[in-house]
Design a protein around this ligand. Structure first.
Ligand SMILES: [Cu+2]
Length: 148
């Protein structure tokens, strides 16, 4: 989180520089809305890395725990499980969607209502080992959106 804090302190110029050399882009980020008392939800988006890399962590102020998940067959049952990272092949867009990879938001601190914006911080490690921090604003879509 140090890097993020520093970005905020240094302000607009540094942020602009960060954007200019960003090698990973995020398209259409959204979070599934929740009902009251619901403690978990998922964030979805399309990630494209220019040089190839790996999504290694995610965090959000609305969730106590954030993990990167995949859906996988366990016997005859489709289950989700945490993975240490999500590979992003160069140039190829990787889709995080309700039936596949997703950013899992757990221990939610508030209800997520349609129209709300959820800030997400994603960390992508490039092939060269350099880490890139992406600040994403995901919009909350109604519960039924993109049902499995
Ligand atoms: Cu999950």
């Amino acid at each position: 989180m140090n890097r993020v804090n520093r970005l905020f302190l240094v302000g607009g110029l540094a942020l602009a520089a960060q954007m200019a050399c960003a090698q990973t882009t995020v398209k259409d980020p959204w979070v599934r809305g929740t009902v009251a008392q619901q403690k978990a939800s998922g964030a979805f988006m399309q990630l494209t890395s220019a040089q190839g890399g790996k999504l290694i962590s995610a965090s959000s102020p609305v969730a106590g725990v954030v993990e990167i998940h995949e859906m996988a067959m366990d016997g005859n049952v489709m289950k989700m499980r945490a993975i240490p990272g999500l590979d992003l092949p160069a140039v190829k867009s990787v889709e995080l969607k309700p039936s596949g990879y997703h950013v899992m938001l757990m221990d939610l601190k508030q209800q997520l209502k349609e129209g709300d914006t959820v800030p997400l911080t994603l960390v992508v490690e490039g092939k060269d080992g350099k880490r890139e921090t992406l600040e994403v604003k995901a919009s909350v879509k109604a519960l039924a959106a993109g049902t499995k």
